[in-house]
Design a protein around this ligand. Structure first.
Ligand code: SF4
Length: 413
């Protein structure tokens, strides 16, 4: 190791950065952190040539837009948001996993051998997330002549460089700072928010909606127009926006039954049809529902830890999941295997609806009941956190009503 920090150096009152070879004091600092930062800068300037060709692309996409064949939407193996933290809950090829494991352990071993600060260490989960982000970014833009795997691994190398030296090779590379060790000087707590790129079919719909609105002067609101512009331009949409899309389509399903929704009807395109298109139309609806279902699917196994649950709710939740794993989904009917599902909840005013249930997966899907369900429906298995309930005090039955009821069951008071 060429440098170290020395807190007891005779030539420095504070923390000295010392060259190993000859003991030269290269800097004297009031705090250890300042000394480590100088050391990091020294390492950066002497960084291995192997990293010079590291990840040069930045989040602003200085490189050409990826050709169409490279623009892959989503992943069949990994759910949206899977690269949002250091857990590395991501499926990669065995070859890639081995390569990342090796990179992480070699890097950490070297940091230990060189007696480098803890913040230079990396977790293999973080490398997986960096790799996955690199793969996703490749769909947006990349240097010509480079493959997806190569592009992703270059990003991993850039990350290791940043972890080791305390600064990125390319100053614009800031997109993975949340995956660094929490004591790293560049660590940023700000988590990457998952975002989703609209597909071509919904972009066409949004363009159609904007065109029709201009031509006919009807349909949609300013919010719908703004949404259409984002979709038509192919801008990435946040999970919040995707959820709002699901909610829009659920609320406006009824417009499809109105006059002028289809080209064969008088009054086409109706205001409802234009508004529907502004939000991405049918392709946008299935796209948004799929994303919300996938993200909810990740969580239905765990109750939201930020809320309080009773022991009974926890056990019931786990048990229902186990039953479904062993015997399959419940039917909606009132048979022995049925969930006694009702598509209009009689208790909706109290918040007892599928949309609030822990098993609700967005759109028309439930994690434990088969077929389509409605957000406003309910079944006998509902588990809803009490913060979502608005139950008002029940009216106490009158004395004579209780007596009548007991009499009808041949019971006495
Ligand atoms: S109430 Fe029943 S049908 Fe509705 S989401 Fe919950 S478990 Fe599914």
């Amino acid at each position: 190791m060429p440098y170290h920090v020395d807190a007891m150096n005779a030539d420095c009152d504070g923390f000295a950065v010392v060259k190993d070879d000859d003991g030269t004091v290269l800097g004297c600092h009031r705090t250890q952190g300042q000394a480590e930062r100088q050391m990091a800068a020294l390492y950066a300037s002497e960084a291995d040539q192997e990293d010079d060709d590291a990840y040069e692309m930045d989040e602003e996409r200085a490189d050409p837009v990826a050709p169409k064949e490279d623009q892959i939407e989503g992943s069949s193996k990994n759910d949206p948001g899977s690269a949002s933290d250091k857990s590395g809950d991501i499926s990669l090829s065995a070859e890639t996993e081995t390569a990342l494991d090796t990179k992480a352990s070699e890097h950490n071993q070297k940091m230990t051998d060189d007696d480098r600060p803890n913040w230079t260490r990396v977790r293999v989960g973080a490398l997986r997330s960096v790799y996955r982000r690199g793969s996703g970014a490749f769909s947006g833009s990349h240097r010509p002549g480079i493959g997806r795997a190569q592009w992703s691994m270059a990003r991993v190398n850039a990350f290791l460089f940043l972890a080791r030296t305390g600064r990125p090779n390319n100053p614009k590379y800031v997109g993975d700072n949340d995956l660094l060790h929490s004591d790293h000087p560049r660590y940023s707590e700000q988590k990457r928010e998952a975002s989703f790129s609209p597909n071509q079919a919904m972009r066409n719909e949004a363009k159609f909606g904007l065109k029709m609105r201009e031509e006919y002067g009807r349909g949609g609101t300013e919010v719908g127009v703004a949404r259409a512009r984002d979709i038509a331009n192919g801008s990435n949409l946040s999970l919040d926006t995707v959820k709002r899309m699901v909610s829009f389509f659920a609320r406006h399903e009824v417009d499809k039954k109105g006059k002028g929704f289809t080209p064969d009807q008088e009054g086409y395109p109706s205001a409802g049809r234009i508004a529907w298109a502004l939000w991405g139309g049918d392709p946008g609806r299935s796209w948004a529902e799929r994303i919300v279902a996938q993200t909810r699917g990740l969580n239905t196994r765990d109750l939201d830890a930020s809320l309080e649950w009773s022991d009974k709710q926890v056990i019931l939740h786990e048990t229902l999941h186990e039953i479904v794993e062993k015997t399959g989904l419940f039917e909606k009917d009132v048979s022995n295997n049925g969930a006694h599902y009702n598509q209009i909840s009689p208790f909706s005013s109290s918040g007892i609806v599928c949309a609030n249930c822990v098993f609700y997966m967005g759109g028309q899907k439930c994690a434990i009941v088969a077929g389509n369900i409605l957000p406003g429906g309910i079944c006998k298995f509902w588990i809803i956190n009490e913060t979502l309930l608005t139950i008002t005090k029940q009216e106490t039955p009158k004395r004579n009503e209780i007596s009548e009821m007991l009499a009808s069951w041949n019971l006495t008071d």
